[in-house]
Design a protein around this ligand. Structure first.
Ligand SMILES: Cc1cc2nc3c(=O)[nH]c(=O)nc-3n(C[C@H](O)[C@H](O)[C@H](O)COP(=O)(O)OP(=O)(O)OC[C@H]3O[C@@H](n4cnc5c(N)ncnc54)[C@H](O)[C@@H]3O)c2cc1C
Length: 520
């Protein structure tokens, strides 16, 4: 299959003519805290960002690739681009080769026909994600607060529809279990060394168990609270609690902090003060697009790496645009994609096993677009959880201006397995029904509907991240950052904080560049 057939452009429909233009609502600026950032530019940033993102996949080197450089970086996602930038800053000659015809990898802007930009991949940023926030600031990409005023909606097959505020829905059949479980997860996670979760004294025991099993052992109403926790794991991992190693989940919670702030479940799962607190004006892909533009000739698109050969003290990297020799290589692509490369000598067995056991989650984003975010007028913030149906975890995904209104459903894990294979028409109907159950009949009539299925992406293979099933982190985890001859590993999955996130991608790129710098 060709690259073009794997085009990342989301499918969408709209009865409206394109480009209505994004208007920056004063009310939203005042309530979102974006005043002083976007307002300072008179709304210009929004349209600048949109025009910029439309202008292409990130430019880059035209014509033949150089015959040799100091370092080849594989993958122009955020991690690879950051590694490239840091290596260039060290005065090295660097080439970042990217398989797609665009930069950004799992970060992708989608331009709405009705005006405005939303994110089809990575979107949210929050406190302790210092690295992505610093990069955004450096590249003059502003943040805005995710709309979070008013109540959230919770729908239970047992107790019906409820509006609530705070982290956990006040469902009496679930609340006591949830309170105990989340406290336990936090206290166990607090003991984990984020750089070596396999070294915890209980690592083997915790890694032998799935999160689902842990819930069944420790909750009175395990199916109720398990179902609730699914609405966290499906968007967060693209997987269900039974698929995830407990140790891996504890590590993930521990990673939801930084060097001075311990990771917690609520920082990972919440909007206020959590990982979903803010988004980026103009869409998150502005970050890799602007970074790639600064890197210029150091980035080559449409250059899929096919073979990496280490011989005679050099690395020979064969790409679809030609062969480049280097002293060192940084690999910054998703774990399963590393296995698609032909390695000589072969990857060490432990690394191969690690990669084989790090599958990508199954996740798609389904967005419905409305003239206005009508749920806000009803005192709802657009966040919702449902224990059934296609729309189990729902967010307000409107652009910074709040115009148009956008509702987003994460369809992940077993929900993806049920609704992913349906026809687009059937899935659209199921998603809209889910929105309507939360926010009323108006949700059934969007002016546009768009979806992005990451499992269909040739160069990603799923999302949002690769995860560990029980029994694999203790056995193979220690290989995660182990240098292989002249080959170093970046990519969000190799990060020690915010692994699986854009912040982790930046951290991993920086660490890999330092590693290489020390050896050249
Ligand atoms: C639906 C979804 C929602 C998400 N939500 C959030 C969120 O809200 N907040 C957040 O922080 N994160 C989120 N994430 C995760 C975040 O997007 C990723 O963690 C991050 O973008 C990963 O960056 P990366 O550079 O490590 O990898 P990638 O972005 O995957 O980049 C890897 C690059 O390598 C390229 N590549 C692969 N194979 C080859 C090859 N053989 N040769 C050359 N190039 C190759 C790929 O094309 C790609 O460009 C989400 C992800 C998804 C999919």
């Amino acid at each position: 299959m060709t690259q073009a057939q794997h085009s990342p452009t989301p499918s969408h429909d709209s009865p409206l003519p394109p480009a209505r233009g994004a208007a920056l609502s004063r009310r939203h600026l005042l309530t979102s805290g974006a005043l002083g950032t976007a307002a300072a530019s008179g709304g210009l940033l929004l349209s600048t960002g949109a025009a910029e993102a439309r202008s292409g996949g990130g430019g880059g080197r035209q014509g033949r690739l150089p015959r040799k450089v100091d370092v080849v970086v594989v993958g122009a996602g955020i991690s690879g681009l950051v590694a490239t930038r840091d290596l260039l800053r060290q005065g090295l000659d660097v080439l970042c080769v990217e398989a797609r015809d665009r930069v950004g990898g799992r970060v992708l802007n989608h331009h709405l026909r009705s005006g405005g930009v939303i994110e089809a991949g990575g979107a949210f940023v929050g406190p302790t994600q210092d690295h992505i926030l610093a990069l955004a600031k450096e590249l003059k990409v502003r943040t805005f607060l995710e709309y979070n005023e008013g109540n959230s909606v919770y729908i239970s097959s047992l107790t019906g529809r409820q509006e609530y505020s705070g982290t956990v829905p006040p469902d009496p059949t679930i609340l006591p279990d949830a309170a105990i479980l989340l406290t336990r997860l936090d206290s166990m996670a607090a003991e984990i060394d984020v750089s070596a979760p396999w070294s915890h004294p209980s690592a083997l025991e915790w890694d032998a168990m799935s999160l689902g099993e842990f819930i069944r052992r420790n909750a009175l109403n395990s199916s109720g609270v398990g179902n609730l926790i699914k609405s966290w794991t499906q968007p967060g991992f693209g997987a269900d609690p039974d698929e995830l190693s407990l140790l891996f989940v504890l590590w993930y919670v521990a990673c939801s902090g930084n060097e001075t702030t311990v990771g917690t479940f609520s920082r990972n799962s919440d909007t206020a003060n959590g990982a979903q607190e803010s988004r980026l004006i103009g869409g998150s892909q502005l970050i890799p697009l602007r970074l790639a533009r600064k890197l210029g000739d150091a980035v080559a698109l449409d250059a899929a790496v096919q073979r990496v050969e280490q011989k005679d003290g050099r690395v020979v990297v064969r790409t679809s645009r030609g062969t480049v020799r280097a002293k060192r290589v940084v690999v910054a692509c998703p774990p399963p994609m590393v296995l698609d490369i032909d390695w000589f000598p072969r990857l060490p067995v432990r690394r191969t096993q690690l990669l084989r056991h790090m599958d990508m989650g199954q996740l798609m984003k389904c967005d419905a677009v409305y003239e206005t975010p009508f749920w806000r007028e009803d005192g709802l913030n657009g966040f919702g959880i449902n224990d059934a149906g296609a729309a189990r975890a729902v967010f307000d995904n409107s652009p910074a201006s709040g115009d148009p209104g956008v509702l987003l459903a994460f369809v992940g894990g077993s929900t993806w397995r049920k609704f992913g294979p349906l026809s687009r028409k059937e899935r659209r109907a199921a998603v809209l029904e889910g929105f309507a159950a939360m926010f009323g009949e108006k949700a059934l009539k969007p002016i546009e509907y768009t979806e992005q299925d990451w499992t269909k992406e040739r160069w990603t293979g799923g999302g949002p991240t690769a995860f560990h099933a029980p029994g694999t982190l203790t056995d193979f985890g220690p290989a995660i950052r182990q240098v292989f001859g002249r080959v170093h590993w970046a990519g969000t999955e190799t990060s020690t904080y915010w692994s699986g996130y854009m912040d982790g991608a930046v951290r991993a790129g920086r660490r890999a560049a330092l590693e290489v710098g020390e050896r050249l």
